[in-house]
Design a binder for this molecule. Sequence first.
Ligand code: SF4
Length: 382
Amino acid sequence: MNSNVSGLSEKTRSTDTLSKENQVAKEALPWPQKLRRGLVTLQQLDERGWLNTNENREHLEQAQDALDIRVPEAWHEAIQRGDVELAKQVIPSADEAFFEPQELSDPIGDEAFSPVPGLTHRYRDRALVKITYQCAMYCRFCFRRHKVSHAEENLSFEALQKAYEYIESHPEIREVIFTGGDPLVLTDARLEEHISRVESIPHIDTIRFHTRIPSALPERITEALCERLGNSSKMVWMVVHINSAAELNAHTLSALKQLRRAGVGLCSQSVLLKGVNDAPERLLELFGGLYRAGVLPYYLHYPDLAKGTNHFRIPLERAIALVEELAGQLPGPALPRLVVDIPGGLGKISVSSENVRQVSPHLWEFRSPLNKQWKKIQYPRA
Ligand code: SF4
């Protein structure tokens, strides 16, 4: 367990500030106001006793410089109660200031497959469009932290026209994936520009959103949004990022239900995180909970080699053993694939397949689904 959350209890439970906040939190506020109630400074976290006082302040500031802080209001109460699984995902740690030699600023090679700004075209039939780099929460293990939260990286709708023109000129692209960042932090009006633009492209069949919103800001799943997505001329999928069963509270479950009722296809992606969900019972609870909520667990990601994230990684062989333990304990559709994104942009592969072999305790070899070449990767030891 990360020590920065171990100091949560005494100081935090003795204050009445949070209980007042929690009352306010239960008020029905419009989602933009809820978003603004996220905690965004080290001082705010310190005041609540959520930082480990033993951690070097300079290192914490370096962590914040690399990736903004945003602890969503939806998680405050649980963190205040001492929920380590949630706290570890969003409270910065001094560990982020230390990089392993294998860690990369662009671990999945987005830039290498970006023919125009804001667009990644790695697989033939689909393209990612990054419509914002802002999120409703900032995950300390974020794989795209070289861009995420850095406002100067955001591209306006006008600036993304080249991305849409690229898609128009590539009829092999059948699916557009809105990502970032979190596309659902855009207002309905901004989002509408992007959705209608994609809907106007005849060869696109499917629009997919990659989002953390149902967990971080469930109020964003409004009736108006559901209606718009449900009425789209394209099939709409939402891949929801959720890592812990603790995230599946009543608000999140209700948001997921609204989306499901609107006809939005739902699946999930989770990241295997040391100290958060790296135990069979944790994963069973998470995937079972998602399945019961009508969300198909799709991917379990081994953490990408983003800079300053080694404290979230467990040895890959342990990750494989963990997932093998789940087989037979969950319905088939509730069992996600453990995947690794081969560093450098060589694609995502399922770890239990014939495309992976262990060369030595630290060294693994992966066969790229894109160029079929084997590539050796040394993962740092956790
Ligand atoms: S929501 Fe996604 S993009 Fe945003 S910080 Fe978390 S992992 Fe990164």
